[in-house]
Ligand binder design. Sequence first.
Ligand SMILES: [Zn+2]
Length: 74
Amino acid sequence: MSYQGILQQVKDNNNKVEKLKKHNEPKDRGFGKSKRKCRRCGRRGRGIIRKYDLYYCRQCFREVAENLGFKKMD
Ligand SMILES: [Zn+2]
């Protein structure tokens, strides 16, 4: 479960919220996979295509590739 989801679950217990923030708040990183985002759907993590500055995730790339001029080779 995501950090946001857990925050939603414990939001009524202030002690737990503070503990959660102290120990589990995501770091704001200067680089790395959490910094890269799909420009179409916002997905993070693995499978973001950066080649040619595309920044699409693999799922979106599959859908928009033909519009961008990519052709399927066999
Ligand atoms: Zn995407």
